[in-house]
Ligand binder design. Structure first.
Ligand SMILES: Nc1ncnc2c1ncn2[C@@H]1O[C@H](COP(=O)(O)OP(=O)(O)OP(=O)(O)O)[C@@H](O)[C@H]1O
Length: 286
């Protein structure tokens, strides 16, 4: 049976409307079980239960301080949870961290790059560390850089790359070596709109066969990229589902009707349904 979030009764088989039923046809990649992280008396994340599926991009969406980075840090093994655990393809993060890490790629919120290595050297270095059993040719084939737009910058030192290029390099490193779980912490922070779209494309193009987890506080990013969105607030899960489901459920918004004057022979009454998700600050014209 599909996992149900904590506190939801199996008895009548119904979910509250803030949680879309879990997909049943997808492989479960990552599963958070009652994750809590406390700092002193304050809980940064509290009793978080959430599933991430292979082939899906799932966004952790929330304001500053919602608990996204804390959740990602626990997931990547940066520090342990105060209680609860995480299963990654069935392996327990408390006991199988080494196995889990071999299949995981991470793009941290801040670029972790060596200013004295070139773009290509970064990819080869991380590749050799991550998949030392791969032949040089296989690694070179994966590291073509063409689809990321990094190719013309392959011989540049990382220190001399633009912010957008550094971000693309960090994301490429996360995908390198056939990572089955890819974690991207605010991947488009500090990049211009054009590079942002390019990064979205890279992430979307590479989601097949991977469990992709992305943290963001941009609603448009979550909406464009995600198969599922988990909205966090004050360390807890507020709602979870596909962008369509969440808009249908919470986008009660407003209807704005515009009527055009009769200035030509044809009578035109334009009616736009404008759905505004007030608490998510997004506008969609249908
Ligand atoms: N090392 C720490 N010591 C004390 N409190 C912390 C620590 N790290 C995080 N917190 C607190 O935990 C809460 C969640 O922080 P977290 O960084 O996970 O949020 P976030 O959603 O990632 O925010 P942002 O978008 O700003 O990165 C915040 O209230 C933060 O102040």
């Amino acid at each position: 049976m599909a996992w149900l979030p904590h506190g939801i009764s199996h008895a009548n088989g119904t979910l509250p409307p803030n949680l879309e039923p879990e997909p049943t046809d997808l492989t479960l990649g990552v599963s958070l079980h009652g994750i809590t992280k406390t700092y002193g008396s304050k809980a940064a994340v509290e009793d978080l239960n959430l599933n991430f599926y292979e082939g899906n991009i799932t966004s952790l969406l929330g304001h500053n301080g919602a608990g996204k980075t804390t959740t990602i840090s626990i997931l990547t093994g940066l520090f342990p949870a105060s209680s609860g655990t995480i299963y990654v393809y069935g392996k327990d993060i408390r006991t199988d961290q080494n196995i889990i890490r071999k299949n995981m790629g991470i793009c941290m919120q801040h670029n972790v790059l060596f200013s004295y290595l070139t773009t290509k050297e970064h990819l080869l270095l991380y590749g050799y560390i991550k998949v030392p059993h791969w032949s040089k040719q296989k690694l070179q084939d994966e590291v073509t850089l063409k689809e990321t737009g990094l190719y013309s910058h392959r011989h540049k030192l990382a220190g001399s790359l633009s912010g957008g290029m550094k971000r693309k390099l960090s994301i490429s490193i996360a995908f390198l070596g056939g990572s089955r779980v890819v974690i991207l912490d605010e991947p488009t922070t500090g990049v211009d709109p054009c590079s942002r779209r390019c990064i979205w494309e890279i992430i979307s193009r590479n989601k097949k066969g991977r469990t992709t987890i992305l943290s963001t506080h941009h609603l448009d990013e979550a909406e464009v990229l995600s198969d599922r969105i988990a909205f966090l607030e004050e360390g807890g899960l507020k709602c979870c589902g596909s962008p369509f489901y969440l808009k249908e459920t919470f986008g009660d918004g407003y209807h704005l009707i515009l009527t055009k004057k009769k200035v030509c022979s044809c009578i035109m009454n334009l009616c736009y349904n404008v759905i505004v998700a007030p608490n998510l600050s997004s506008i969609h014209i249908l």
